[in-house]
Design a protein around this ligand. Structure first.
Ligand code: ADP
Length: 263
């Protein structure tokens, strides 16, 4: 009978359920909004390099370039095309994550050895930026999608190198804490202004567009991290001080309950 007031204990039982439904709806809404914004941004981001490519090509085609400038023009076309390739690769990765990454089974992954692998792949980049990277911690496993975890850690560590200062440091720690398994990446880099620390996880958001272009960024790296975190019941937290450095903390909670589940 619907008119009957619910017993108190039923209320008590229902409240957390309703709250969690509410939370799920809000998350869905946030994801839907992110998608909408994404398609608007994507066309803009693809158009910009394509416009320069076709512009340079057209000038060359019409024979308006002096022979000594041909090389410079071709180089610009090549650079813009390379940027497009990176961008498209990132977009594909992100849309795969959006679909939920369901096609891949979760497995037990040792984050410590994964992080070491990632950092050794980044050694060349670190050297180029004169940045010293150090990995410490202990073997800890989480249940997850290896390829996604790999990309998440790669993007965080790559940023710590890219947005560092000449001769700077990156400290990576992987281990278990009371709050869960953590990957903490601390850098001595340029830092992120306080009012933009939440925005950096948005698709295509870059603090300094010109600097990011120089460093070959697409503004998608951290949204991949955020989506990946969602898939793994993990959270990403940023703590940064302008001019001093940034600390990114990835926390995997409840990793045991996740076992065998593909979300
Ligand atoms: P990008 O491809 O531009 O690196 P990301 O999504 O990975 O895109 O990062 C978004 C923006 O956040 C970057 O353009 C940069 O401005 C800022 N950022 C990310 N990580 C760091 C960091 N460790 N230090 C300073 N700024 C950072």
């Amino acid at each position: 009978d619907l008119e009957h007031p619910l017993e108190n204990d039923v209320y008590e039982e229902l409240t957390p359920l309703l709250e969690s439904m509410d939370k799920q709806n809000k998350e869905k809404e946030a994801i839907a909004n992110m998608r909408k914004e994404f398609s608007a941004n994507v066309s803009h981001e693809l158009k910009t390099p394509l416009t320069s490519i076709s512009g340079y090509a057209e000038i060359m085609m019409n024979g308006l370039v002096k022979p000594e400038d041909v090389r410079g023009f071709s180089e610009r076309i090549y650079n813009e095309a390379s940027r497009l390739i990176v961008l498209i690769e990132d977009i594909i990765r992100l849309s795969k994550l959006d679909e939920g990454g369901v096609e891949v089974e979760k497995e037990e992954v040792d984050l410590y050895s994964l992080t070491r692998e990632v950092c050794s792949r980044l050694a060349h980049k670190a050297e180029k930026h004169s940045v010293h990277v150090e990995v410490s911690g202990e073997p800890v496993s989480v249940v997850g999608i290896r390829q996604v975890l790999n990309e998440m850690i790669y993007n965080i560590c790559e940023n710590a190198i890219k947005y560092n200062k000449l001769g700077g440091k990156v400290d990576v720690w992987v281990g278990r804490t009371l709050k869960g398994v953590k990957v903490i990446v601390t850098d001595t880099g340029i830092g992120i202004p306080e009012d933009q620390q939440e925005r950096i996880f948005e698709r295509f958001y870059r603090v300094d567009k010109s600097h990011s272009k120089e460093t070959g960024g697409t503004g998608l790296g951290l949204s991949i991290v955020k989506h990946g975190a969602l898939l793994h019941n993990a959270t990403i937290h940023v703590d940064s001080s302008l001019g001093k450095g940034t600390r990114m903390e990835l926390t995997f909670g409840k990793e045991k309950e996740d076992k065998g589940q593909v979300s």
